[in-house]
Design a protein around this ligand. Structure first.
Ligand SMILES: [Zn+2]
Length: 851
């Protein structure tokens, strides 16, 4: 099979496409006229097509028409069009007729079904083209640098709505057919993967104007009242980005469309962004903080792409990371500007730890790598692209200063709008704007996998701090130890009662900073924006821990705990030393700092042998008791949203311990309130559902299942669905597993449900047996590419030597094609966990004996 790029001898300029879907038969027919430039004499034209039947082929110019024949190469997803005589260079019109099936794999041109408010079944025809699925809807040059103008016409039933990238220019009834023909205005020159069309009984909100651009949210009937929040963040983001980029919004309207079946979070089709319902529709009154924040982030992220991605596009898929990394960076910038109290940069520091986790593996990859097969491009949609990419962009912005950075971005957009660019073009533009050589600094972060562990130690009389770097790995293979990164180290110290700030670009193995006296304490990675971990020498660590709330900001405290936990997994710090360190944070009040504290306890619960669980639970309760006393069950009027969220997290952690009867009983009492449950704080309510599930039986299970099906918001639906995975009885676990395949749970959600069951201490063995048995069925049913990849993250929870062996044997037999190294990364994470279990059991046993 060859993945060579399409020949450049024929280039499309404009597509006029007419498509007519049949929402009852789940098929479609289409025809297109493509204006092409033939650059050198050719007797055949090669373009992409997959799962399509192509019926008529012709090409014409100056009133002359030649008919052609077509050969489909299904493996290469190409159509080769042959003509009887050579085509001379110049402009031609290529005419094609084709037909296809509205598939159920959530890619290409596919169907999504829903039950309307009136109880009737409805269907939508939806597109999802990134990376390489436009070819499943119409024959095209499906590579991002073949930018062209698209003019769409959709033929749909009279009573249905149709949305595409641009405004509707004309609607005409079709005589005698109860159908109408809807023509859309021509787009700007753009890539095929950004074309979108959605047809069905969708309802729009009233438009909200932002700088003259009308913004609407579309949803299936009965849900448009959940759109207010998204409209607010969309209007803010559109204005924010216009001001930041200094370039007008490149579309003529903006539609945000909620799709009931959607494989990803959202898709940045120019002017017609599609979303999974949970990422767009939300009821502010009943949603938790994180549910609201998710909507805000996804909406801002996709709108950021309208410029960075849509107006200027990567030349090839190896540049995808920059597209996503930059949108991730901009999304945080916008939401932080919108809601400063949400402390979103601190939150980003937390979410980026997922990238630290993957990038500390031997089986990690550089952010940018050669993409040959389309499957490799799919594998780019991971934490390294989004979180590590976003983090190194943020690190650069902080290092250069936000004004310099923005000036470079504006220069880049102005130079490449309506066209394509390479990663180096951005560094060049930023370098010119600030007069610094950017590639030299960035290359190590982009083209090498991994990141440094920076050690900070006192030297001499203690007035000198030595910073040194080496690669951080969970499983040290001894490789790659010599290479150095250009590490922008920022630090803050207290010396002779004064605060001193400074920075050092560490490009050698070590570097020194001399202070005018012996520092009382030193914080490295000040502000927490650097993509590196820090290890402190014993004296420096002790001085920071003496009063963590005073010496460090929340994100710095988060980094200290999170980096220490990573060293614990890597085996350079013992589990008992980590638990001692964590004991300094029992009085912690910041929500973000609690994340690694709770996550490390959750990890321990998965790996300790059953006889140690009671003492681990006693330790957990001891560590959380101060926070629980402080927070209580009921929010105070002056609680910030982050404190409210923390309350939910602490309650959930305590209430799911086996022997915390007090919290459990309180949760069950509140659950028994029935309808009044809805008057509680949403974060507390979400915690109660999880706690009750952990001890719940048949009655609660049936009730959760009923409420899942009758849910009034996408978030409520997810809460009940995901809580089904928390029930502990084997019979209920079995039923939940069945739900993942029997059609009662959408295929967009089922892989997450199975993943949760694989991660659960009580359910993992059942879930693993089920996955092995039903693997082929899952492969057939779940969304292409993304479904099994998500599910398989669950294998990192199968932490026993026997299970690990079985997992390895299973995957050695399967031909698993996720693309990239995803499966290897999961297997390595499992290895790290099992090795931890074997290494730490004795010392943990001794340590936990005190509790
Ligand atoms: Zn994106």
């Amino acid at each position: 099979m060859t993945f060579a790029r399409l020949p450049r001898t024929v280039v499309p300029r404009r597509y006029d496409i007419r498509i007519e879907p049949d929402l009852a038969a789940f098929t479609f027919v289409g025809e297109e006229a493509i204006e092409v430039t033939i650059c050198e004499t050719a007797s055949e034209i090669v373009l992409n097509a997959a799962d399509l039947a192509i019926r008529r082929v012709a090409i014409e110019r100056d009133g002359r028409r030649l008919t052609g024949s077509v050969t489909l190469d299904e493996a290469a997803e190409r159509a080769v069009l042959c003509f009887a005589e050579p085509l001379q260079p110049g402009s031609w019109r290529l005419l094609l007729q084709f037909s296809g099936v509205l598939n159920d794999k959530l890619h290409g041109f596919y169907r999504s079904t829903f039950t309307g408010g009136d109880g009737r079944q409805g269907a939508l025809a939806v597109t999802q083209f990134e990376a390489t699925d436009a070819r499943r809807a119409f024959p095209c040059w499906d590579e991002p640098d073949f930018k062209a103008v698209f003019q769409l016409t959709l033929v749909v039933d009279d009573n249905l709505a149709a949305i595409s990238n641009t405004r509707i220019s004309e609607v005409r009834p079709i005589a005698g057919r109860a159908k109408k023909s809807m023509a859309f205005a021509p787009t700007i020159p753009m890539s095929t993967y950004l074309v979108a069309f959605v047809i069905g009984a969708l309802e729009p909100t009233e438009p909200v104007e932002a700088d003259g651009i009308p913004i609407r949210v579309w949803a299936v009937p009965g849900k448009s009242h959940l759109a207010t929040f998204a409209l607010q963040v969309a209007a803010f983001s559109l204005r924010f980005f216009q001001a930041y980029y200094g370039v007008a919004y490149p579309g003529d309207k903006l539609d945000l469309i909620a799709i009931p079946d959607f494989a990803f979070g959202a898709m940045e089709n120019l002017g017609a962004i599609t979303f999974r319902e949970t990422a767009l529709l939300v009821d502010e009154g009943s949603a938790t903080h994180s549910e609201q924040a998710r909507v805000a982030h996804v909406v801002a992220h996709e709108i950021a792409h309208m410029w960075f991605g849509d107006l200027v596009t990567m030349a090839w898929w190896n540049g995808l990371w920059l597209n996503e990394a930059f949108a991730t960076f901009m999304e945080v910038l916008a939401v932080d500007a919108w809601k400063p109290a949400w402390e979103r940069w601190d939150h980003f520091g937390v979410s980026r730890s997922a990238a630290f986790l993957t990038d500390g593996l031997q089986s990690s990859r550089p952010i940018e790598f050669d993409v040959v097969a389309p499957k490799d491009a799919e594998a780019m949609f991971d934490v390294l692209t989004y979180e590590k990419g976003g983090a190194v962009v943020r690190m650069l912005e902080q290092y250069l200063g936000s004004e310099n950075f923005r000036a470079g971005v504006r220069r880049y957009l102005a130079a490449h709008q309506f066209a394509n660019a390479e990663t180096t073009d951005l560094w060049k533009a930023i370098g010119e704007a600030c007069g610094q050589p950017i590639p030299e600094m960035m290359d190590g972060w982009i083209f090498r996998q991994g990141y440094p562990l920076v050690t900070a130690k006192t030297e001499g009389a203690g007035e000198t701090i030595r910073f040194s770097q080496r690669a951080f790995r969970y499983l040290d293979d001894g490789g790659d130890a010599q290479a150095n990164w250009h590490v922008p180290i920022t630090y803050r110290a207290r010396v002779n009662g004064e605060i001193i700030r400074g920075r050092l670009l560490l490009s050698a193995e070590d570097g020194r900073v001399h202070f005018p006296g012996r520092p009382e304490w030193v914080v490295a990675n000040e502000g927490g924006h650097g993509f590196y971990r820090v290890r402190y020498g014993p004296e420096l660590l002790a001085s920071l821990l003496s009063a963590p709330g005073e010496t460090m900001t929340p994100i710095e405290r988060f980094n200290l705990v999170n980096d220490a936990w990573a060293e614990t997994l890597a085996g350079t710090l013992t589990a008992s030393a980590f638990l001692e360190l964590a004991a300094h944070f029992t009085g912690e009040t910041n929500r973000h700092v609690w994340t690694p504290l709770l996550a490390s306890l959750g990890f321990l619960a998965r790996v300790v042998p059953p006889d140690l669980r009671p003492s681990l639970e006693r330790l957990t309760r001891a560590r959380l008791s101060t926070a629980m006393e402080w927070l209580g069950w009921s929010p105070r009027p002056d609680d910030s949203e982050l404190v409210r969220e923390l309350r939910g997290e602490i309650l959930r952690a305590l209430g799911t311990l086996r022997d915390d009867e007090q919290v459990r009983r309180a949760a069950r009492d509140r659950y028994a309130l029935g309808g009044e449950l809805n008057t509680l704080d949403p974060n507390v309510r979400a915690a109660i559902l999880v706690i009750v599930a952990h001890t719940g039986g048949e009655i609660e299970y049936a009730e959760y299942l009923r409420r899942f099906k009758a849910a009034q918001t996408p978030q409520e639906e997810q809460r009940y669905l995901r809580a089904l995975a928390d029930f502990r009885s084997p019979e209920l676990i079995r039923r939940t597993l069945e739900l993942s395949l029997n059609g009662q749970v959408r295929t967009q959600d089922a892989p997450f449900l199975v993943r949760d069951l694989l991660m659960g201490v009580h359910s993992r063995e059942f879930a693993w047996a089920f996955v092995k048995e039903r693997w082929e069925q899952m492969e057939r049913l779940y969304p292409a590419q993304s479904g099994l990849r998500r599910l398989c993250e669950g294998i990192t929870g199968l932490v026993t030597p026997a299970l690990e062996q079985d997992v390895r044997a299973f995957f050695a037999r399967q031909n698993v094609a996720f693309g990239g190294k995803t499966l290897l990364q999961y297997l390595e994470r499992l290895r790290v966990a099992v090795r931890f279990q074997e290494r730490e059991e004795v010392s943990l046993r001794a340590y936990l004996a005190r509790f």
